[in-house]
Design a protein around this ligand. Structure first.
Ligand code: PEP
Length: 247
């Protein structure tokens, strides 16, 4: 089964009503391919705005995080139910910035993945190693550790998209080479096949880390790179070119 090409835009903690509206209007005007799934992930306060302003049928909206309870006394947290209520279909979980700055453990991420899926959201699950781990030859071990925490709690991965995002490549301008990314993605798929069997062939594995219009073309012939999770470049007009990069 062919895997639908996927491009996510993680705006991180950036934007304003005006700048986010400009991004959505630019995409509304663009001639986007009908066979690419796009997910825009603005900060929480702008989710409803993006849902309302988006006119592209292939563009969906995702949150950058959510909590593992439906409601209750969890001041400051956001429930998957709120997201669904707003028309938000995806959530990014396990981003390295949350693991690093907010001390989110593998288990906590896995619990959130399980809960978000059970509430009907689709999950973009981020994994990836630090520069030190890469230098020590531990890339796939780290990916396996982060994936296995989820695999222990979630058996059906239909609604999970994996984003391999080497931490040393995020926001640094130093993207992984297409060949290196393909090698890691193939290892990830191989590992997934040991825990979820044949379904591993259907799971999309995105590359993230300084992906931009000028380098995504190099990943074109990589059979395990099923799209991109884009940070900085998703705030720029070139995001449309990244979406069109497999045409
Ligand atoms: C990200 O934050 O998910 C990301 C990939 O960032 P950037 O593209 O800016 O490296």
């Amino acid at each position: 089964m062919a895997r639908t090409f996927f491009v996510g835009g993680n705006f991180k903690m950036n934007g304003s009503k005006e700048s986010i509206s400009t991004i959505v209007q630019n995409l509304n005007k663009a001639d986007l391919p009908s066979n690419v799934e796009v997910v825009l992930c603005p900060p929480y306060p702008y989710l409803a705005q993006v849902v309302a302003e988006n006119k592209q049928p292939t563009v969906k909206v995702g949150a950058q995080n959510c909590y593992l309870k439906a409601s209750g006394a969890y001041t400051g947290e956001v429930s998957p139910e709120f997201l669904k209520d707003l028309g938000v279909g995806y959530v990014v979980l396990g981003h390295s910035e949350r693991r690093q700055y907010f001390k989110e453990s593998d288990e906590f991420v896995a619990d959130k993945v399980k809960f978000a899926l059970s509430e009907g959201l689709k999950v973009i699950l981020c994994i990836g190693e630090t520069f030190e781990e890469k230098k020590a030859g531990k890339t796939i071990d780290v990916c396996k550790r982060e994936l296995s925490a989820v695999a222990e709690k979630v058996k059906d991965w239909t609604n999970i998209v994996v984003a391999y995002e080497p931490i040393w490549a995020i926001g640094t301008g130093l993207a992984a080479t297409a060949a290196d990314a393909e090698e890691v993605h193939a290892d990830i798929r191989k590992y997934l096949s040991t825990v979820i069997g044949a379904q591993a062939e259907e799971v999309r594995i995105l590359y993230g880390g300084s992906a931009k219009a000028s380098n995504v073309g190099g990943f074109r012939d990589k059979k395990n790179v099923d799209g991109f999770l884009v940070g900085g470049a998703s705030l720029k007009p070139e995001f449309a070119d990244i979406i069109k990069s497999r045409q």
